[in-house]
Design a protein around this ligand. Sequence first.
Ligand code: NAI
Length: 379
Amino acid sequence: MSLNPRLVKESFSVVEPVAEEAAAYFYGRLFSGSPRLRAMFPPAMGEQRERLFAALTRIVWMADNPEGLSAYLGRLGRDHRKYGVVAEHYTAFGDALIATIRRFAAEIWTPEMEAAWAAAYRMAADMMKEAAEADAEAAPPWWPAEVVAHERRTRDIAIVTVRPSQRMDFRPGQHVALQTARWPRVWRAFSIANAPRADDTLSFHVKAVPGGWVSSSLVRETRIGDQVLLGPPAGTMVPPDSGRDILCVAGGTGLAPLKAIVEHVVEHTTGHTTGPGRVPGIHLLFGARHAADLYDLDDLIRMESGHPRLRVLPVVSDEPDYDGITGSLPDVMERLRPWGEHEVYVCGPAPMVDDAVSRLRRSGVPTSRIHHDSPYGAP
Ligand SMILES: NC(=O)C1=CN([C@@H]2O[C@H](COP(=O)(O)OP(=O)(O)OC[C@H]3O[C@@H](n4cnc5c(N)ncnc54)[C@H](O)[C@@H]3O)[C@@H](O)[C@H]2O)C=CC1
């Protein structure tokens, strides 16, 4: 049966407004048909339901863009290996999915729609399975890792360093999902806060957020010797080798991937100030609400003192008496200079990232040179 993106989109748009109800129905249907699958999911399903719909929405609306769709489904397939998903699970998932769409789009449902969904699902599942199989030849589904250092930097922020039992290849700026023994099957994304190291350890900057099971456990309960699991590295906010000067705008623990990128750049450039491999000038704006929240400033200042072309500028937004640069990070960024010739990296709270990115665009920085990523939103 041939693909018919129009019919898939049409029926999905009827389900979208009742996404929450449809997702609850989907999981009910999935678990009643295949009770063994329940054990693969976390105890609380609220977020899972949101992720399901976020991923489905992306897939359905990308149906006319085969290249983007194939890249996304490939990532999704590889990423699902860490949940223990294997080929036969796709059948149960597909049956429950089509039953859900059929029910919630009942008013407009036709045999042609049923056939369009079956064909689309088969194609998507095949792409995910193929990517997962290819990945299985090169990498494990997850990496067990031991906590080798735990530094509490503030009441809520810790730097947690782990050593995976098997080397993980990653690019600076990427993130991984992490699971603690305390909360089985609950995965949270954290950026790797270092460039690859000789001893293969990885550091994470973790802030305990209200209601954040994994982050609170990592900050408050985790000890050296504890075991965690890591998913595969993901994310496209990686350093280009354009040789251009660099601006990094880091809000809070959004510093993590930017520190990895800065480390990589200063380690991999020649020391010349012109020509290929020249050391770019790097400005790193590190913002916090209060001076006491600049949790990694001492380390950054140490890096700065070893690299004459690195400038670290701490910015404090909610403490007018701070003896340094004060104000909102996007305001300060804009105030400092035009950044039109720079490669720019932005990471931190989503509203800050949105504001900084739109100001950069307005001031003429080409989109191709503005890099940002949202690991927390990724399904
Ligand atoms: N831990 C990690 O590996 C990573 C964390 N992140 C994200 O980074 C964020 C860090 O949050 P916190 O440390 O709690 O930051 P925070 O709320 O303490 O704020 C950090 C900085 O961002 C500024 N800011 C906050 N909201 C703003 C807004 N609406 N407009 C303009 N500026 C704003 C603050 O003034 C401050 O300078 C989280 O959203 C997290 O999801 C992103 C990538 C990696």
